[in-house]
Design a protein around this ligand. Structure first.
Ligand code: ADP
Length: 396
């Protein structure tokens, strides 16, 4: 069985073709600048190529993807019939979806009903679904939601303390994101530790450009740091994370800004970029830091501190923690980040082996001998989760 995994953004689209017999990636690639001048596809299958060609919309982009998969030189399949189904990443499933689903007319309506909750993400996700329907009529399509894993959060974790009617009217509550990643790495952690996930309390730290922490108890998300939108929680590359909401009106007043302007500041100009003034990329900031840049140093320290506070919060929420997992760009690659965060966690019984921690992009348990808590690096694989869910739904 071969599954095509699609992750459609507003102007870009990532894809992977996965052979489910052995879970091997047969081909993968990226279409960039869809609907913008200079659109191109980067494809890796039987060798690599890059082609610049206008793609006015997602249908044209997905047509390019299909052509790439079928390409006589670089392709990996002879006919599109070899693809059994398409699995789509969908960012927001609201309160409608706590699991992946086969896409029907009703499902599309529910995804559309969540557009207001994720205006930048759900509309392009839907465009990808419609484009695949047009280009591959009758092919089963499956939606896998970033929010679904967190639908197990109890009310006390997801309610904001605003008038309850506003929750009822607009569904303003905490949803959480990166669910596919938190689920994958927490499941992997249980497997690597040789334990049943039903017996474990795990804190997973997804530290990429966007970042979130999740409390996973008995295999279920019971709390997570992102909320109504992916702006809440940790300090991120360009996002502020938690902030006193009164700052918004204060800024509007002092700087004569509109709501959209402040939103733009909090989403695109804040985080470690805003603090350091250097970059949103941690490699640049770590570099600036080693040259003595004080603001870069302050940005990193604030970042580590915030992650550590959340780990402590979730240890309290679960009444203990058995394992802490680091994943995504920074979590998988930066030993300094992992060490700095763990240095706050001695009171929980966390003790790391610095030599083992000195690793990148592979599964490692770097807890020191005798540490009360296991501490792991686990590279995330959201595409594989999407492909597995797709296969599971097809098999049913
Ligand atoms: P996205 O949220 O875009 O999927 P990633 O998970 O790919 O993000 O993470 C990207 C971030 O990971 C980069 O911005 C960079 O800051 C960080 N990163 C990647 N490799 C390293 C590294 N070797 N050292 C420090 N940071 C890294």
């Amino acid at each position: 069985m071969k599954i095509l995994v699609m992750n459609c953004g507003s102007s870009s689209l990532k894809y992977q073709l996965i052979d489910m017999e052995n879970e091997n990636v047969l081909a993968k690639g990226l279409c960039e600048r869809i609907g913008i001048e200079g659109s191109k596809i980067k494809h890796e299958g039987n060798g690599k190529f890059e082609t610049e060609k206008p793609m006015h919309d997602h249908t044209e982009a997905i047509k390019m993807v299909i052509d790439a998969l079928l390409d006589p030189n670089h392709g990996v399949i002879k006919s599109i019939d070899e693809v059994n189904a398409v699995g789509h990443r969908v960012v927001h499933g609201g309160e409608y979806f706590s699991n992946s689903v086969i896409i029907t007319e009703e499902v599309k309506k529910a995804i559309e009903a969540c557009n207001d909750l994720a205006p930048l993400h759900n509309p392009p996700n839907l465009m990808g679904i419609y484009a695949c329907e047009n280009l591959m009529p009758g092919k089963p399509q499956i939606a896998v939601f970033d929010t679904a894993f967190h639908q197990t959060m109890p009310e006390k974790a997801y309610l904001y303390a605003i008038p309850y009617e506003l929750y009822e009217k607009y569904k303003i509550r905490r949803y959480g994101f990166h669910g596919t990643s938190h689920k994958y790495v927490s499941d992997r952690a249980a497997a690597l530790l040789g334990k049943d996930k039903k017996d474990l309390k795990i804190v997973t730290c997804h530290l990429g450009n966007g970042a979130s922490v999740c409390a996973v108890k008995n295999g279920e998300s019971v709390d997570t740091s992102m909320g109504f939108t992916p702006l809440e929680g940790l300090i991120m590359g360009t996002r502020s994370g938690d902030i006193d909401p009164a700052v918004i009106s204060f800024l509007m007043d002092k700087e004569e800004l509109k709501v959209k302007d402040v939103e733009n500041i909090l989403n695109k100009k804040s985080g470690v970029l805003g603090l350091s003034g250097v970059s949103s990329d941690f490699r640049d900031i770590e570099g600036a830091c080693s040259e003595g840049n004080k603001r870069a140093e302050a940005a990193l320290q604030a970042y580590y501190y915030r992650v550590a506070k959340y780990v402590g919060e979730y240890a309290a929420a679960m009444n203990g923690v058995d394992a802490i997992v680091f994943t995504a760009g920074l979590g998988e690659n930066s030993a300094d980040t992992r060490e700095a965060i763990c240095s706050y966690l001695g009171y929980l019984g966390v003790n790391i082996d610095k030599e083992k921690n000195n690793c990148r992009g592979k599964e490692v348990n770097f807890a020191a001998e005798g540490s009360k808590v296991d501490v792991l690096v686990i590279p995330t694989n959201e595409e594989l989760v999407i492909a597995r869910d797709t296969k599971e739904l097809l098999d049913k």
